[in-house]
Structures are given as structure tokens and as C-alpha cells.
Design a protein around this ligand. Structure first.
Ligand code: ZN
Length: 203
């Protein structure tokens, strides 16, 4: 399986990192070795001094698809989860300045946190999914997928123009504003429509 992540998909987050608003989705990938599952602890890596959390709604692809039209894209996922796209912001800044790819900042081991997935039809509104992250008991990110620049369906259509989507692939759909650093000892809890989706520690 593969993990595809959308960058700059909420205007307020693009602004906080001084990035221009995209006219097409921006995406990058993480390998399957980046997965951190079952609420296992995240071990702070030695190569960075600035690991940031980015809380994102994650789509799980449920069937094979290529060149998917936006109007049919909803048929390609049935469940959603929450994920953390851990980012070595210090390394990413160096990559961006040099015009280099982002893999060392985005695709490292344990950088893609996911846990449970729930049926999207069980949610009150599939186009307005509320989610939040609390760090040591304080809410640090609050998002609503109605604020996405590119909707789930537009993202799936765009990615599948270039890359075949397969069952089990994950799409991280972008983070709202409020990203920030973690440190060993931190406790992260992420909720989607009030349901706890992630609950884990930084070690
Ligand atoms: Zn992200």
C-alpha cells in the first residue's frame, strides 16, 4: 500500500507557513514503513529538533481506480480516520530553500500515524467533518472538512490522473491551522465528531 498526502489544503494553514494558495492540489508520498499504528508511542528521532504534528482526515481507498472522475470519486472510499502527518519542520525548511524533495522531512519511520477507521455514512455530514487534536489536555488544532480547498472527491480525481489508487491506500487530506512542535512526554488525543481516533504518547 501507499500513503499520499495533500499539502496546503486549508487556507489558514497555508497562511501560517507563508505558503501561497495552490491552484491545483499539491501532494507527496510516504512509504508503508512510515506507518505508526495501534496508538503505539512515537519515538522522537535524533535527526530533527523540530517535529511538528499535523492532524488530518485520512481516506482509506476501497477499490482500484485510475482516471477517476470527481462525480464518481465517492465510490472509492467508504471509511475515514484521523492521522498525524509528523513533519521534521527544520529539515523541510532546508529542503524547501534548496528546492529539494521532502522525503527526509516527511517520509521517515513513524511519520504516518493512523489507528481506527469509521464508516463515512455514520457521520452527520460527509462534507463537513469536524475534528480536533489535544496536546496534553489543551486543544491545539480544530478543523472542519468544509474548509478544504480541494474536496475529497477533487483530490481523488486529481491523484488518480497520475497514480493508480489501490485498495488499502491511504490519503491524508491536509491539515488545518495550528500545527506545532511535540516533545518527549507529550500526550496526543485526536477526535473526529467527538469520537477518539488516536490516543498516544511521544517518547
Ligand atoms: Zn500534512
Amino acid at each position: 500500500m501507499k500513503i499520499i498526502c495533500i499539502g496546503r489544503n486549508y487556507a489558514e494553514h497555508a497562511k501560517e507557513l507563508n505558503n501561497p494558495l495552490p491552484v491545483k492540489p499539491v501532494f507527496f508520498m510516504k512509504p508503508d514503513s512510515s506507518l505508526l499504528i495501534r496508538n503505539n508511542p512515537f519515538f522522537y528521532p535524533s535527526f530533527s529538533n523540530e517535529i511538528h504534528y499535523e492532524t488530518e482526515v485520512v481516506l482509506k481507498i476501497s477499490r482500484l481506480g485510475k482516471n477517476i472522475q470527481p462525480k464518481f470519486a465517492h465510490r472509492y472510499y467508504k471509511t475515514v480516520g484521523l492521522g498525524i502527518d509528523f513533519t521534521a519542520r527544520d529539515l523541510q525548511d532546508v529542503c524547501k530553500k534548496a528546492g529539494h524533495p521532502w522525503e527526509i522531512a516527511k517520509a521517515f519511520d513513524q511519520s504516518a500515524v493512523v489507528n481506527r477507521f469509521i464508516d463515512i455514512d455514520s457521520l452527520p455530514d460527509r462534507n463537513a467533518i469536524k475534528f480536533e487534536l489535544s496536546l496534553n489536555g489543551s486543544t491545539v488544532q480544530q478543523g472542519n472538512t468544509k474548509d478544504l480547498i480541494f474536496s475529497f472527491d477533487e483530490v481523488i480525481a486529481y491523484i488518480s490522473t497520475f497514480i493508480t489508487l489501490k485498495t488499502g491506500d491511504l490519503i491524508f487530506t491536509g491539515t488545518p491551522a495550528g500545527v506545532g512542535p511535540v516533545k518527549p512526554g507529550d500526550h496526543l488525543i485526536a477526535t473526529l465528531e467527538g469520537q477518539v481516533m488516536l490516543d498516544f504518547h511521544i517518547r
